[in-house]
Design a protein around this ligand. Structure first.
Ligand SMILES: [Zn+2]
Length: 564
């Protein structure tokens, strides 16, 4: 999923964008049919038992995960690894008997990037290997750079000026040191009964104006903007001054775990928060070709190594490092691709309708992207495999989609949904956005997403769609003894179901146990196969298969929220 911190800012900013409200429907299928009440379909027990048996006793989800994370590895959008993952998932699903397995273009996105070689160590006052990782799309250093390490301590323009003329060829630390705290609570957590009961009891969020503008004027929004501006000035200054390598501290984690994402690009300092996001933004992304000359070679360092360097500098020591970052850009194909494959429907009247499931296949680059989100991709593939192996014949067509570009803003799913189902077109000044339906808008029943890590499914978010509640409660009942029983009206964000939800199509993300997602794995160098919980993945695949199967079997489509 996308970084939660950034998402918070998107929420703050959301009031500035054209928005549309989707009301809850009182009855089933209000947008497309005249059905007076929700009819709750439930598959025969034998069908659910078949799914459980295949999913829990003959699972292949861990083999899929091992190939994706161990052999293919990190899958940065448009990298050669991402392309391999697209092709391997396509071929694997075809081998399982799925139809129309293919890559579908959604781009253009931008250039690919891969790391060719990397080393970093402190060489004075003594040799100390450090834990660090180049940021995605970082340019290369000019060979190995050996230089004094400078700590840029600049909170104001005047502070910055003090460094003028002193940074050429230097390795520069640009973050504040961060305190390391002992871990008394442990890394891993599961949701407890109290938390789940609270989610089940949640009421729909109030609609209408009021909440979001308050958030926009919040001290947090102002603080975010001030920090953003100063960070932009620091990056611009370092590029102007000709620094050799930019080093920041891992924003969280310790003990060898660092969290690393895309490279910082030098660009115009924004005057208003509107200039950062939305249609006014002219911000360059590191995967655009034009950004290459506006970036310094850069890396993120683990907290203990960074803090030690900073403390040495404060004590008057002048540490030296040697850093060698060698990277390669891939410009041969700037298009982004999703992997798509189908189990064709068998009912002459319903086979043109579609039930979708998926997760994003792209990841950040410093590890195998296991919990984010080989897990969700492998589970979606496995759910389809379970249905094929069980010999069940879905009435509607079931389509797996494995997205790319998710980490850069839900790009793969958003563009796919636009191509297939429609989009919200911004209204003129002050006017609400309107829904422009695509050719298949009325053919989709629902989309189910998995992208909250390796934790088992504990239930499902209704995304404000209360008409679906009795259906999902019925479908979860056979899985209560496996820990999944909570249906909450709440929304959840940060991942690809939003691409559906924002145009009024039923898109759902399951409630999952957290395990070590925020503390250890999400966008870190430790998001590896070893952090995956095998039994959780089997459970999730089985439940996803049962949800998708029953969505494909019911007479009606899943009820929709109505556009108003
Ligand atoms: Zn993510």
């Amino acid at each position: 999923m996308l970084l939660r911190k950034v998402l918070g800012v998107f929420l703050i900013y959301a009031f500035l964008l054209p928005t549309v409200a989707f009301a809850q429907t009182a009855g089933a299928g209000a947008a497309t049919s005249a059905a007076p009440a929700v009819k709750v379909y439930s598959a025969p027990k034998e069908a659910i038992d078949k799914i459980k048996d295949e999913g829990m006793n003959r699972s292949q989800v861990m083999q899929t995960l091992s190939y994706l994370t161990d052999v293919i590895g990190g899958r940065l959008t448009n990298s050669p690894n991402m392309k391999r993952a697209n092709e391997w998932t396509r071929d694997t699903m075809a081998k399982w008997g799925m139809q129309n397995a293919k890559l579908e273009a959604w781009g253009p996105f931008g250039r690919g990037w891969s790391l060719k070689s990397f080393s970093a160590q402190i060489i004075e006052p003594q040799t100390i290997p450090v834990i660090a990782f180049p940021k995605a799309w970082s340019p290369s250093t000019k060979g190995a750079v050996t230089s004094e390490v400078v700590l840029l301590n600049a909170k104001t323009d005047e502070d910055l000026n003090k460094y003028r003329g002193q940074l050429r060829g230097r390795i520069v630390l640009i973050s504040d040191p961060r305190e390391v705290k002992a871990d008394f609570d442990g890394f891993g957590t599961r949701r407890n009964d109290e938390e789940l009961a609270k989610m089940a009891a949640a009421v729909p969020e109030p609609e209408g104006p009021g909440r979001r503008p308050q958030q926009a004027n919040s001290p947090q929004a102002n603080q975010f903007f001030q920090n953003f501006v100063m960070q932009a000035k620091r990056v611009n200054f370092l590029l102007q001054e000709g620094a050799a390598v930019l080093v920041d501290i891992s924003s969280k984690g310790s003990g060898g775990t660092l969290f690393v994402q895309g490279a910082a690009v030098s660009q115009e300092v924004p005057a208003r928060i509107e200039d950062i996001f939305g249609s006014n933004s002219r911000r360059l992304s590191p995967y655009q070709k034009e950004a290459e000359v506006k970036m310094l070679p850069q890396m993120t360092m683990s907290i203990e190594d960074y803090n030690r360097l900073a403390r040495m500098i404060k004590l008057g020591v002048k540490p030296k490092m040697t850093v060698d970052i060698q990277t390669e850009y891939h410009d041969d194909d700037l298009m982004g691709y999703n992997t798509v494959a189908e189990i064709p429907g068998t009912d002459p009247l319903l086979k043109d309708e579609i039930v979708m499931l998926g997760g994003h296949l792209d990841s950040w680059h410093s590890s195998g992207g296991a919990t984010d989100n080989a897990a969700g991709s492998a589970v979606a593939m496995e759910a389809a495999r379970i249905l094929i192996a069980s010999g069940l014949k879905p009435r509607r067509t079931i389509r797996v989609a494995l997205w790319s570009g998710e980490e850069q803003g839900l790009n793969g799913s958003r563009e796919y949904v636009k191509q297939q189902f429609g989009e919200m077109k911004a209204g003129a000044q002050g006017q609400p956005a309107t829904l422009v339906k695509g050719a298949n808008y009325d053919k989709l029943s629902a989309y189910y997403n998995l992208d909250n890590g390796t934790g088992k499914i504990r239930g499902v978010y209704l995304q404000g769609n209360s008409a679906v509640k009795p259906i999902f409660e019925t479908w979860l009942a056979p899985f209560a003894d496996m820990g999944a029983k909570t249906v909450t009206i709440q929304n959840t964000g940060g991942t690809d179901h939003l691409s559906y939800d924002r145009i009024g199509l039923p898109g759902f993300q399951f409630i999952q146990d957290e395990i070590e997602y925020s503390t250890r794995t999400h966008h870190s160098n430790q998001d590896n196969y070893d952090r995956i919980q095998a039994d959780d993945m089997k459970q999730a695949s089985t439940i996803m298969a049962a949800f998708v199967y029953q969505t494909a079997m019911m007479d009606e489509k899943i009820p929709r929220k109505t556009v108003r």
